[in-house]
Design a protein around this ligand. Structure first.
Ligand SMILES: NC(=O)CC[C@H](N)C(=O)O
Length: 305
């Protein structure tokens, strides 16, 4: 496995040249576009890291999986899916149009920004501080990494420039999807996106999902198997935004990407994978990260289809 991962990282690094680091959140533009790393956690207890697997990056949209799990634990699936739909979209992750044209009362799914902001609003805790404290605690528990925290430079950068998310949130406030203080909900959303991790951390979250909600290394149940199934299904249909179809065909693993360059992939009953490469394609997914997962899936026959 180590040799395989090393060769995959080495010959896919050239693809980092084909993408660009995100600049719409100014702080993210400081990333090194040539970084590429992978970490694998198998369910029988083996771990492998290659390339830039220990470089820190912010979760960005990968955090949407964490907050969906917590929203499910807090409210149950019925209440969550009364507020947020579970339908894929062919629009971009920050699209506004579908909110009005499809169903003003329901963002399309929890993996795009509108649905994720709604999911964050459902997390128990009357203020941003309370919600984020619980999100951090939950993330530390799943990853086993007590050091996990927020990159406040990225948080401030997004808070200052996140007008599009602000537009989505105020629109949802007007249609009753959100209740309460919109800025406070947005702060919680921007903070969850700014949680700093490495490939290892997201591989561990993926391993728990791959293991149907149980931490493979301790046997501790984090979420019911039914919630793990819901989350993995939504990752398949919506996790790579408007590239989810192509990802399902080429990689075939429940995955979730973020504009920080991370991709988290949960191979049911086999392994959790964390990939990092901040050079992104036009859809906001890691260019070389996709290539790495495509090759690994082919080599180890990981597609669930
Ligand atoms: N695709 C992403 O990773 C988007 C997350 C980012 N924080 C945003 O809201 O725009």
């Amino acid at each position: 496995m180590q040799i395989l991962l090393s060769s995959i990282i080495n010959h896919n690094r050239k693809y980092t040249e084909l993408g660009e680091v995100a600049t719409y959140i100014p702080e993210l533009s400081k990333a090194n576009k040539n970084h590429l790393g992978i970490y694998v956690v198998t369910l029988d207890g083996e771990e492998y890291g290659e390339g830039d697997f220990d470089v820190k990056f912010t979760m960005q949209s990968i955090s949407k999986v964490v907050t969906l799990m917590l929203a499910l634990l807090d409210n149950g699936p019925e209440k969550v899916f009364e507020k947020i739909d579970m339908e894929p979209t062919a629009d971009t992750f920050n699209s506004i149009s579908s909110l009005e044209t499809r169903n003003p009362q329901k963002p399309l799914n929890p993996m795009i920004n509108s649905g994720a902001i709604a999911a964050t609003s459902l997390i128990y805790g009357e203020s941003c501080d309370k919600k984020i404290e619980r999100i951090l605690k939950f993330t530390r528990k799943i990853t086993g990494n007590k050091e996990i925290g927020i990159n406040y430079d990225v948080f401030r950068s997004e808070k200052e420039t996140g007008h599009r998310n602000r537009a989505l949130a105020y629109y949802m406030r007007s249609t009753g999807v959100l209740t309460g203080d919109v800025e406070d909900i947005l702060d919680a959303y921007f903070m969850q996106c700014s949680i700093e991790v490495t490939c290892k951390d997201i591989a561990r979250i993926a391993a728990m999902l791959a293991n149907n909600g149980i931490l493979p290394w301790s046997g501790e149940r984090i979420i019911p198997a039914q919630y793990a199934r819901i989350v993995k299904t939504i990752m398949v249909t919506c996790g790579m935004y408007d590239e989810s179809g192509e990802f399902a065909v080429k990689v075939g693993i429940p995955g979730k990407s973020g504009v920080g360059g991370g991709i988290m992939a949960a191979v049911p009953n086999r392994m959790g994978i964390g990939v990092f490469g901040p050079a992104l394609n036009k859809k906001g997914n890691s260019v070389a990260g996709l290539k790495v997962l495509e090759e690994l899936s082919r080599e180890l026959d990981l597609s669930i289809f």
